[in-house]
Design a protein around this ligand. Structure first.
Ligand SMILES: Nc1ncnc2c1ncn2[C@@H]1O[C@H](COP(=O)(O)OP(=O)(O)OP(=O)(O)O)[C@@H](O)[C@H]1O
Length: 715
């Protein structure tokens, strides 16, 4: 590789003089530094390996990829080595800093179109190269687009990149939920069929919006909400009204990237030919425009940090109560996925008021929420608000922003530490690699060591070694510095009963008998249910919670990689059934008996609940699966509903109990249902015993009477 062969960068920390801090990551601090022997300014990313014990594989991948790449638009590593507990990655110094920093410092509402086109074209060239070489970047965002003083643009941060050519266990990494929630493609979140290069195209589209507005869509929401909104809402985009300042071709380019079906997204190569990039200028244009008159990177970084600290103090003064403070800041939106509350607070303090302005993309989102994937798992309060924006008549203005009003109450049930809640939802398991992987060896803390930065030939060797790794052999030096056993959360993102095929027993339509309705106030679906369960009995994994503090990224490895089909079970007002109205296999033969059954039960509350759910299902079914009911059947159902409404009193406000809440109720796993069935059986036998007892009591009473009568007659 040319750039590494040209110069030999020393691998001894003594050969570098560290200057000011220019950036900060999760477990890394980046410094401007002088390479003394070469008299060259470089940037050094210093990673504290003790802090990174949860993601050493990511680090190894980052260094490996950085050493492999050879493209002007990708940030490569000049060399790397370990010293004590730290890993130093020496990189070219990008004096402009990241686009995110630039926006935070001077362009809070985003860049002008020619700037965006120029930046994005450079990034896209990097993606074309990466994809052609079988890599997925997986973390494309403004924070990872670095600019040099001459305007040169480089895509950085390969901590979560994956190779399409990885085999075996490493192949699993493409079924891994990894990235930063706001920028993450739906298929990455869903983990249904794995994902490919197209995930980068989605993130690229989100980055385009980020550069246009100064923040990514949904960035004001907590991560769980972001995940749900990405999955449920129509893709975000540039609004034709609000984003008038942007050209049609820009809007089209963004729309082309942000298509939910990855197959319909263009490849990076094709995208590069898009009309929009004809507006791109040469990169020195960036130096003349956005970097002109800027203070040094270190100075800007210092100012931002001071601002951050000041805002934090201000916030603290405003909200004395610690709990209130954390919640407020949560509400204000943390774009990064970060489980460290203190960090969350400081990040939140940096978010400006403009973030509270409803996003066009959010508006679009709610307007199109009828395309819902039916993902459930929200808190009741949040569900109600989702439901409100789900209503057919919902106006474009009724966007996710309105949810802010509900967020305060939703926070009561939204986990302050989402990870904990997720732990309840997902199985805990190991990441991509085997528990016995050589990666899990202890730290070699002795002195500094060169850290897998090699010539291109060495890279090829590395690649083949990688295969050895897969077969369980130790290869990379990094393996010697892995401090300890790592642990990731793993499991499907979507609660299992939302996506996994249900076990159908009996006739498949009504697989379960109908146990007594437990409580009309119990709106909890699996998420809340498991949360609660976890609160009651903390799992041993809780103790390791602190191990996952990956700001800006989220990683959950699928424990179950087999594709999961939508649930097929029928809506059941009492036991619950399908969770996904859009994918419900509705048939009149299934719905009508349920209705009749409800009629027999004659419990107003239950009737109302079921009607809510059913109306919603019918709405969706008629919109999305037009041929499910024929006219007569639809009429019949409507007639029944009307009849029920009359007999059970006015249906009332749909918002009283959110439809999504009800779907949540109707949502329990087969294990839960099995247990419910057992409970029912027990209840029945208790009932029988009670009846028997009554009979015996009556017999006793009669015998007693007879005895008394006998005694009286004798007297
Ligand atoms: N070569 C460089 N030149 C100038 N600034 C840099 C360089 N590398 C990184 N930075 C700055 O440091 C910040 C943090 O670096 P980096 O993104 O590599 O850390 P990280 O731990 O991977 O962060 P995250 O996980 O949040 O993406 C960047 O956002 C950027 O502002």
């Amino acid at each position: 590789m040319e750039h590494t062969l040209e110069k030999r960068y020393p691998v001894n920390p003594k050969d570098y003089k560290l200057y000011e801090e220019i950036g900060e990551g999760v477990s890394a601090t980046v410094y401007r530094a002088l390479c003394i022997p070469l008299n060259e300014i470089v940037a050094i990313k210093v990673l504290d390996l003790e802090k990174c014990n949860s993601d050493l594989d990511g680090i190894r991948r980052e260094v490996h990829t950085m050493s492999l790449i050879d493209h002007p638009n990708l940030l490569w590593a000049l060399c790397s080595f370990t010293t004590g507990h730290s890993l130093w990655i020496v990189m070219p110094y990008m004096a402009g800093g990241s686009c995110l920093h630039i926006m935070k410092s001077a362009y809070p509402e985003g860049f002008e179109e020619p700037v965006i086109a120029t930046l994005l074209r450079e990034v896209l060239k990097a993606l074309v190269y990466l994809h052609a070489h079988g890599h997925i970047h997986r973390d494309v965002k403004a924070g990872n687009i670095l600019i040099d003083s001459d305007g040169a643009v480089k895509l950085a941060d390969f901590g979560v990149s994956a190779s399409m050519f990885d085999a075996g266990d490493r192949q699993r990494s493409r079924n891994t939920f990894v990235g930063t929630p706001c920028w993450m493609a739906p298929e990455v979140m869903q983990q249904l069929h794995g994902y490919d290069f197209k995930a980068d195209i989605w993130s690229f589209g989100i980055t385009a919006l980020e550069l246009a507005h100064g923040h990514a869509p949904f960035s004001k929401y907590p991560p769980m909400k972001v995940l749900l909104m990405t999955l449920q809402n129509a893709p975000p985009g540039l609004d034709y009204e609000r984003d008038k300042r942007f050209s049609k071709s820009f809007k089209e380019m963004v729309a082309a990237c942000l298509v939910k079906d990855p197959k319909k997204r263009p490849t990076s190569e094709k995208l590069l030919k898009h009309q929009f990039f004809k507006n791109a200028r040469s990169y020195d244009y960036l130096a003349r425009t956005i970097l002109d008159g800027f203070a040094s990177l270190g100075e800007r970084f210092r100012v931002l940090k001071t601002k951050e600290a000041d805002l934090l103090v201000e916030n603290k003064a405003l909200y004395e109560d610690k709990e209130q403070l954390s919640q407020k800041e949560y509400i204000r939106g943390i774009s990064a996925w970060n489980f460290n509350l203190e960090d969350l607070k400081s990040q939140a303090a940096l978010i400006h008021d403009y973030d509270d302005v409803p996003n066009a993309e959010d508006r679009d989102g709610s307007r199109n929420q009828r395309n819902s994937n039916g993902v459930v798992g929200l808190s009741p309060e949040r569900m109600s608000s989702e439901m409100a924006s789900n209503s057919i008549a919902s106006s474009g203005q009724e966007d996710g922003f309105n949810d802010l009003h509900d967020l305060k109450s939703s926070l009561a049930s939204f986990p302050i530490k989402p990870l904990q809640a997720l732990k309840g939802c997902f199985d805990i398991g190991e990441d991509d690699e085997d528990v016995n992987s050589p990666n899990r060896k202890g730290v070699n803390q002795s002195g500094s060591e060169p850290f897998v930065i090699k010539s291109s030939r060495a890279m090829e060797q590395d690649a083949s070694r990688n295969e050895c790794e897969n077969s369980g052999q130790s290869s990379s030096l990094l393996h010697q510095v892995i401090p300890e056993h790592k642990k990731f959360l793993s499991g499907p993102l979507i609660p299992d009963n939302a996506l996994s095929p249900k076990k159908v027993t009996g006739n498949g339509d009504r697989e379960f008998p109908q146990p007594k309705f437990q409580s009309e106030h119990n709106y909890s679906g699996p998420l809340l249910y498991r949360q609660r369960r976890e609160t009651n009995s903390p799992s041993p994994e809780d103790a390791s919670e602190g191990a996952v503090v990956r700001r800006g990224r989220f990683k959950v490895t699928s424990a179950e990689l087999s594709p999961k089909g939508p649930t097929n079970c029928i809506l059941n007002p009492v036991t619950g059934g399908s969770t996904n109205p859009a994918s419900l296999n509705l048939s009149p033969s299934a719905v009508l008996p349920s209705l009749q059954c409800i009629l027999q039960q004659n419990t107003i509350q239950r009737v109302r609940l079921f009607l809510h759910v059913l109306s919603h299902v019918i709405e969706i079914a008629s919109l999305e699966t037009s041929s499910v009911f024929d006219d007569f059947q639809q009429e019949e159902i409507v007639r029944l509903i009307k009849h029920l409404e009359q007999t059970s009193g006015k249906l009332g406000d749909f918002t009283e109990v959110g439809i999504n809440d009800l779907l949540q109720i109707a949502h329990s796993s087969s294990r839960e249902k099995e247990l419910q069935f057992r409970v029912l059986q027990l209840q029945q036998s208790i009932g029988n015993l009670v009846e028997e007892l009554q009979r015996q009591k009556m017999k006793n009473a009669q015998l007693e009477k007879q005895l008394n009568a006998l005694a009286n007659s004798k007297e």
